[in-house]
Ligand binder design. Structure first.
Ligand SMILES: CC(C)(COP(=O)(O)OP(=O)(O)OC[C@H]1O[C@@H](n2cnc3c(N)ncnc32)[C@H](O)[C@@H]1OP(=O)(O)O)[C@@H](O)C(=O)NCCC(=O)NCCS
Length: 222
C-alpha cells in the first residue's frame, strides 16, 4: 500500500465535504417532512378575503386526505391541464397522473370557499433536487371563477413562507411554455429560469417546458 499523495488527500477532503453537505441538505428536507401541517405555524395565512373571495386554506399530506377530496383535486387538475398535456409530448394519462398525485411524498395546500367546496390547490413536496433542499411545487390549480383575484399569488407566497422558514434553498416548479397565463403569472411573481432548466440548442428539439425557481434570500444574498 502506497502513501497518500497530496492530490488524493485533496480529492478525499472534497468528497468528505460533499458528503457532509448532502447530509446537511437531507437533514433539512427530513425536518421539513417531519411536519404534519407546515401551515399551522402561520394562522394568519389560513384565510384569503379579497376581491370578492372568502376562502380558507388548509394543508395536508395525501395520506391524511379522504378519497372524495382526492377526487375533487384530480378533477380540477384534469379540467385545467388535460388539453395542455395533450398538446405536447407529455400527453394526458388518468392513471399516471393519479399515481403521481397520490405518491406518499405529496402534500396539498388547499383553498375552500364558504360552502366548503375546493376552489384551488397546490401539490407540493419537500425534496432534494440535484442535491439541493427545495420545496417543489408540482401543481397550482385554480377554478376558473376564482382566477385573477390574487389567490394564486397568495398561495405561492404561502409556499415560499413554508419553504424559506424551513431553510430550504428554493421554491421550484415546471411550467409549460404553451401555457402563457402561467408563464406570465410566474414572471409577475419574479420566478426565474432555474439553472437545471433544459436549454434549447440547435441540436435538440425545442423543449416544451421550463423549470423556474425563486431562491431563498436568507441563504442567497444578492
Ligand atoms: C396561473 C394561475 C395559477 C394564476 O393564479 P391567479 O390567482 O389567477 O393569479 P393572480 O390573480 O394571483 O395574479 C397575479 C399576477 O399574475 C399575472 N397573471 C395572472 N394570470 C394572468 C394571465 N392570465 N395573463 C397574464 N398575466 C397573468 C398578473 O400580473 C397578475 O397580477 P394582476 O392581476 O394584478 O395583473 C391560475 O390562472 C390557474 O390556476 N390557471 C390554470 C392552471 C394553470 O395553468 N396552472 C399553472 C400550472 S404551472
Amino acid at each position: 500500500m502506497g502513501r497518500k499523495t497530496p492530490k488524493s488527500k485533496e480529492k478525499l477532503d472534497k468528497r468528505k465535504e460533499e458528503k457532509a453537505l448532502l447530509a446537511e441538505h437531507t437533514a433539512l428536507v427530513n425536518k421539513a417532512n417531519s411536519q404534519t401541517n407546515p401551515l399551522s405555524s402561520f394562522p394568519a395565512f389560513t384565510k384569503f378575503s379579497k376581491n370578492g373571495l372568502d376562502v380558507t386554506l388548509d394543508c395536508k399530506r395525501v395520506a391524511d386526505m379522504d378519497e372524495s377530496l382526492i377526487h375533487s383535486i384530480f378533477n380540477l387538475e384534469k379540467e385545467n391541464m388535460k388539453n395542455l398535456y395533450d398538446e405536447c409530448s407529455w400527453g394526458w394519462n388518468d392513471k399516471k397522473k393519479m399515481e403521481e398525485m397520490t405518491e406518499e411524498a405529496a402534500r396539498y395546500l388547499m383553498a375552500k370557499n364558504e360552502a366548503g367546496e375546493l376552489v384551488a390547490f397546490s401539490h407540493f413536496r419537500f425534496d432534494l433536487d440535484y442535491g439541493d433542499p427545495v420545496l417543489y411545487c408540482y401543481e397550482l390549480q385554480l377554478k376558473q371563477e376564482v382566477r385573477r383575484k390574487g389567490l394564486g399569488k397568495f398561495m405561492m407566497q404561502v409556499l415560499e413562507l413554508i419553504a424559506f422558514t424551513s431553510n430550504l434553498h428554493k421554491v421550484i416548479l415546471t411550467v409549460l411554455k404553451h401555457n402563457p397565463a402561467a408563464v406570465e403569472f410566474y414572471k409577475a411573481l419574479k420566478y426565474e429560469v432555474d439553472e437545471t432548466s433544459p436549454q434549447n440548442s440547435v441540436f435538440e428539439e425545442e423543449c416544451h417546458y421550463e423549470i423556474l425557481s425563486k431562491l431563498n434570500k436568507k441563504i442567497f444574498k444578492t
